[in-house]
Design a binder for this molecule. Structure first.
Ligand SMILES: C[C@H](O)[C@@H](O)CC(=O)C(=O)O
Ligand SMILES: [Mg+2]
Length: 438
């Protein structure tokens, strides 16, 4: 299977009209249509790999163009050739002398890299007959390290240090794997309190979620302080004092404003404030972290942190207390591995961003690997869950008692149902016919 030669790459613009009911809305993205640039790679042996990156409607066509521009690097190569030196292949995609000018390793081109490489990782896991998390857990430590591009991060994490972390992680690994298979990985829900949901809906969803066993909840904030106070009070009343609450501002504030606003919400005891300000403002995050530490509120960020270099600086500057990796924002598994290992070295817990379309499906593999092989800890750790659009996937996430149960099917859980792709393709899919946005 590894000998398979990649013969074709196709990419589709697939959009879901989630903005109609305000699903996914936040202080900055008030009308998100959850979307993906969806990649299928075909091989001469018949095996296919599926990959995606997450977007919000308009602009997906630009990511699709970028994927098409990268496809020349992939078509004609052999899976074995790629994975025998995955670091070199990652560099080939991210360091092309002309294309890197529109990055490097950030923005649209990095989203496209993620979509393409996610498909390659899916293909690799399928070729090995394993779910991706298991492929990673079983992989020899040196082989894993050989998938990571350490350029620009060796001042924070050397190859030897990364290897040492993985070797240390061997201890107790089998028990942790068994534990995950039995109990699953702890999750929190964001589905109850999107910014566009009225109080009644928030109340009903929270009450139902509590009944379903959820104990950790995230609420969107940042548009109007009085609204936030009312909504946080409401949610705290429903979930009680001992369940966990997080708040997410999606980059709404300036640095000083973030500190003042979150201080006004401190009585509701949020564990973290997520994305308080621009995702690029490392020193701003450090200032906010320092100011909120006495209140027991941490800073979480990462869903729009575009590469390992940014994460390195956030960690070096003690600018975040929770690392939110994203399976489709960073350069696929390769770059996520680098961030997981850096977070371990800096002893900062990883709580991945998920939700959107497919992000839960993908990132569960990474966080399972993190627990089993890297961090060996569940302290202050949980993976986001959002209850939308799973029905469009061939191997949707399985949640039991607010935990992600490890996927069993081979691959990266990236394959979508053909029918779903056809119906939601933009603009020709049935779902978009007669739609006001079309
Ligand atoms: C636009 C997205 O729904 C965003 O609000 C998601 C997010 O910030 C989160 O899940 O966290
Ligand atoms: Mg967020």
């Amino acid at each position: 299977m590894l000998k398979a030669k990649i013969t074709r790459l196709s990419v589709s613009d697939v959009r879901f009209p989630t903005s109609l009911e305000q699903h996914g809305s936040d202080a900055m993205h008030t009308d998100p249509d959850y979307s993906v640039a969806y990649v299928v790679i075909e091989t001469d042996g018949g095996l296919k790999g599926y990959g995606l990156t997450f977007t919000l409607g308009k602009g997906t066509e630009i990511v699709v163009c970028a994927v098409e521009a990268l496809s020349a690097f992939v078509v004609g190569t052999c899976l074995e050739e790629i994975v025998s030196d995955f670091r070199a292949f990652y560099r080939l995609l991210t360091s092309d002398g002309q294309m890197r000018w529109i990055g490097p390793e950030k923005g649209v081109i990095q989203l496209a890299t993620a979509a393409v490489l996610n498909a390659v990782w899916d293909l690799w896991a399928r070729a090995e007959g394993k779910p991706l998390w298991k492929l990673l857990v079983d992989m020899d430590a040196k082989k894993l390290i050989s998938c990571i591009d350490f350029r620009y991060i060796t001042d924070a994490l050397t190859e030897q240090e990364a290897l040492d972390i993985l070797l240390k992680g061997q201890e107790g690994k089998r028990q942790r794997e068994e534990q995950m298979l039995k109990e699953g990985y702890p999750a929190y829900t964001t589905s109850c309190a999107w910014i566009g949901y009225p109080d009644q809906q928030l109340k009903q969803l929270c009450t139902e979620a509590l009944k379903d066993g959820w104990t950790r909840f995230k609420v969107k904030v940042g548009v109007d302080l009085q609204d936030d106070i009312r909504r946080c009070r409401l949610i705290r009343q429903i979930i009680g004092p001992s369940n966990t609450l997080m708040i997410d501002a999606n980059q709404r504030w300036d640095v000083g404003e973030a500190v003042t606003w979150v201080t006004s919400l401190a009585e509701f005891q949020p564990l973290w404030i997520e994305e308080p300000t621009s995702p690029d403002d490392i020193l701003g995050h450090a200032t906010i972290s320092k100011a909120l530490a006495p209140l027991g509120i941490g800073v979480a960020t990462g869903e729009q942190c575009h590469n390992r270099v940014m994460f390195k600086q956030l960690l070096q500057a003690s600018a975040l207390q929770f690392v939110q990796i994203d399976s489709c924002r960073l350069g696929s598994v390769n770059e996520n591995l680098a961030v997981l290992l850096m977070a371990c070295k800096f002893q900062v817990p990883v709580c991945p961003h998920a939700g959107g379309v497919g992000l839960c499906e993908l990132v569960q593999h990474l966080i399972l690997f993190d627990y089993i092989s890297v961090s060996a800890s569940l302290h202050n750790r949980m993976c986001e869950y959002v209850d939308h659009l799973h029905e469009h996937f061939k191997s949707p996430v399985e949640i039991q008692n607010a935990h992600y149960m490890p996927p069993k099917d081979p691959g990266y859980s990236t394959e979508m149902l053909e029918e779903s792709v056809l119906q939601h393709q933009y603009p020709q899919g049935d779902v978009w016919q007669g739609h006001p946005g079309c």
